[in-house]
Design a protein around this ligand. Sequence first.
Ligand SMILES: Cc1cc2nc3c(=O)[nH]c(=O)nc-3n(C[C@H](O)[C@H](O)[C@H](O)COP(=O)(O)OP(=O)(O)OC[C@H]3O[C@@H](n4cnc5c(N)ncnc54)[C@H](O)[C@@H]3O)c2cc1C
Length: 418
Amino acid sequence: MSGEKEVAPRRIVVIGAGIVGVCCAAWLQRDGHAVTLLDRQGPGEGASFGNAAVYASESVLPVAMPGILRRVPGMLSDPLGPLAIRWGYLPRLAPWLLRFVAASRPDRVEAIARALAALQDGGQDDYAPLLAEAGLTDTVVRRGWAAVHLDAERLDSARSVVALQRHHGVSVEELGPEELRQMEPALSRDLKGGFYYPQVAHSLDSYGTVTGLAEHVRSRGGTVVRGEARRIVVRDGRVAAVATDDGEIACEAVVVAAGAWSKRLAGEVGRRVPLDTERGYHLTIPEPGVALSRPLYSTEFGMACTPMTAGLRLAGTVELGGLAAAPNWKRAEVLAERGRKLFPELTTEGASRWMGFRPSLPDSLPVIGPGRVPGSFLAFGHGHLGLTLGARTGRLIADLVAGRPPVVDPAPYRAERF
Ligand SMILES: Cc1cc2nc3c(=O)[nH]c(=O)nc-3n(C[C@H](O)[C@H](O)[C@H](O)COP(=O)(O)OP(=O)(O)OC[C@H]3O[C@@H](n4cnc5c(N)ncnc54)[C@H](O)[C@@H]3O)c2cc1C
C-alpha cells in the first residue's frame, strides 16, 4: 500500500502536468519522494483542459470495434463526421491506422476489454485520497450517465455493445424514451431510447481538478516548474537528469507523462511506441437555456453533454490529423447544431470553443510501465480515458517505482507490446 515508510525516497521528475502527470506526482509524493512536476505550459493546459469531465468507469471497450474497417471511407469523406481522418495526414497515419483496425478483431477486443476492466476496477477509489487531501472532493458528483439514441437502428445495434459491457462487469440498464425524458426533460421528443450507467461520476470542473492537484503537490513540498523537457539525461546507464532551457534538473527517476507529446521522450529511454493523437473539440455554453442533471452521451454524434460549473459542455468527436495541423473550428461549431437535435431548447450564445489532443495508442490501452533505461517510467496514451484512469495510473506508477506488488498486473500496458 502506498504511503508505507520503507520506500527509499528518490528525486523524481514527472514530465507533463496533465491529469496523468499530476496524479503520478501526487501518488509518488505519498511515498515520500521529492517530486518535480515539469510542464512547458503549466498544469492542465493540454488535453486535460477541456475534456468532457466524465469519470467513464463503464468504458471497457476499445475505440476500434468489429466493423470499423467499413467506416474508414466515411471517415475520409466527411470532415465534420464524428470520426474523421484528414486526407493530408493519411500517409503518416497509415501504420497507426492498420494497428487500430487490427485491434478491432473480436479476440483482440476481448483481451483489450479485460485489460481496461482491470484498470477500471476500483480505479475511481484511487482518486479519493488525492481529492480529499487537496480539498477537491466536492468537484465530483455521482449521478450516473446515459447513452441516448435518436436513431432506432443505432439503438438496436448498441445492444450488442451493451451486452459486451455487461459481460465485463459494467452495470447498465436500458431505458425507454419516456423514462429518459423523465430523467432529463430537456431531451427531444424524437428520442428512441438509451442506456443508463448508474455508477458513473463526473467532474464539475475537470481543469480545476488538475490545477488543484498540482497546487496540492506544491503545498506538500513538491516543485512545480514551467519549462520544456528537452532531453532525458542518461549517465552511467541510468537516468540522471532532465535537461531544460534553464539547465538540468537532477533526478534518480523520471516519469514521462507528456500526453500526446510523449513519443520522442519514450524513445530517449528506449521504447518505440506508435503514439498518435485523436483530436477532439468542445463548446462550453455558459447560459445553455436547458438544465441537465447528469452527463448524456450521443453515440450518433460522438458527443458528450456534461453539466459543469462553467455551463453545459458539448465535447467529443475524433479527428485523426496529427499534432501540427490547425484546428478545424467547423468541427466545434457543428456540436451546437447536434446539441439542438438532442435538446430543442438549447441556446449556444457566448459559447467558448476548444480543441485538444487525446494521446492515443491504436489498441486503446495506455502505456504504463518502466522504460528500458533504469530509472525511467512511462505513463501516457490514455486516449478517451485520461481523466477516468489518471489516479489508477498514478498509483500503479508509484507501485512500480517502489518495487512493491502493483495494484493491477501491469503486463497489458507495457510499451514492449508494440
Ligand atoms: C474532447 C475531449 C473529451 C474528452 N472527454 C474525456 C472524458 O470525459 N473522460 C476522460 O476520462 N477523458 C476524456 N478525454 C481524454 C482526456 O482528456 C485525456 O486522456 C487526458 O487529458 C490526457 O491527460 P495527459 O495528462 O496524459 O495529457 P495532457 O493533459 O495533454 O498533458 C500533457 C502535458 O504535457 C506537457 N508537455 C508535453 N511535452 C512536454 C515537454 N517536452 N516538456 C514539458 N511538458 C510537456 C503539455 O504541456 C501538457 O500539459 C477527452 C479528451 C478530449 C479531447
